[in-house]
Design a protein around this ligand. Sequence first.
Ligand SMILES: Cc1cc2nc3c(=O)[nH]c(=O)nc-3n(C[C@H](O)[C@H](O)[C@H](O)COP(=O)(O)O)c2cc1C
Length: 469
Amino acid sequence: MMHVWIDPGHDTEKAALLEAALAPLRVHAPNTCAQLLECLDTSNGTSIADLQAITATAMDGGETMASDVLLSLLQSLGAIGALRFGSADRTEAVLTLWPMQPDLLPTMDLAIEETLTYRLSRFATLRREGSRLIIERPLSGYRAAIRTDTVTGAKLIALFTEGTTVAGLAQGRIPTAQRAPICAMLAQAGIIAPQDENGLLPEDKDDTLRQWQPQDLAFHAHSRMGFANDPIGATFSFKDEIYAQPALHPEPDNLGRVPLLAPELNMLAATDISLTQAMERRSSRRPQLRRALTLAELGIFLFRTARIRSHFETDIGSFTSRPYPSGGGAYESEIYITAQNIAGLRPGFYYYAAATHELLLLREWDDDCASLAQDALTAMAMTSAPDAVLTFGSRFQRMQWKYAGMAYATQLKTTGAAYMAFYLAATAMGLSPCGLGLGNAATFARLTGQDPHFEGSIGEFALSGPGDA
Ligand SMILES: Cc1cc2nc3c(=O)[nH]c(=O)nc-3n(C[C@H](O)[C@H](O)[C@H](O)COP(=O)(O)O)c2cc1C
């Protein structure tokens, strides 16, 4: 039998939480509220049957709103993330489920089809959170925890991976009374679903769901508000524990410096095409016949788009300003240039020192440079690689230190904003720009020698000299 209990979180008293939730309901059904308070202020949980018995008796006794009051109470506790449903009481439950969206409650009268075989959704994700094993199907609005002090929970997952009926859970020694509640709770949370004679779930036959990859769905669900109640936004979770990464990227060890041309902005402003012309002429160019990009052009291009305009300190750390916008002003990405065919520049892998506007040679041209250039060539379906590939190398912790949930998604958005700045500047300069959708993070890690958790490639942009397309 499904049970329910209250998990008030760290700093809150259960009784105080219950009082606050019941206060507005007392006027409608005072006796019901008194009994619910007594019943729910236990640590081990209350069976749904007991709660329903309270409301049934109260309604017989004239409190006609008793069941509405119970529903409102559960909804308000669920909305603040304090409600837990168990497949048994708290000490015995193999499965605990809770809603993560306001107004979402599992159905109390659990009906499960005994003849059907249920199977794990391919979208289900499993992870450890503290000492709990969490399983969820992103976007369902629910999350579940599986008991780990015995192996029963692990068996549960194995059985549902293969597909099992309610009765089949006996193989995992799941207690008889918990089998149907477990199935019903997992089904409501979208973690399992009935399979057909071919082992397919409804999601496997749905044209919309078939096209989602599990990792994309999890990323989407967790980087947006609405379907989960995890902390999201500027939470500064590590403020008191870890130093923030500085705005200025430490200068990497290098084999030499190449000063870049810094254009006079007044001159550019006087001679540039208009914004409308740049917007309308902008296109992705993959010219076969072209002249090589020059070092002077690369210098002007980087100055216009990616240089550090200023550096300043604030209460929450150091920041820079650059021509393109950046989520949170973090400017977590630096530009690395794989230069294959730039007139006046030795082929190799360079770091753009945005504060001093110069290139630092990190690697002479080698197999990894060739591999990175080859990946760009493949992505662009060209016969010769672009003159330069600009890679965005992100220092992830610049964003993670401040933001929860949205840290990675925001970096991709910032990269998109930089792409547009790159496109417009290249168009104004008559160069050949092309955004790239894919790059190899392992090749980049080899080229920089950086821990890929610390600094990794998140975007690439091809740049060539003027050409025929
Ligand atoms: C994020 C992003 C990724 C892209 N990836 C590639 C790519 O891998 N290969 C390619 O040839 N073009 C790529 N492009 C260019 C698009 O194909 C191009 O923008 C689109 O077809 C519209 O054409 P237009 O840019 O000429 O207006 C990409 C563009 C963006 C914004």
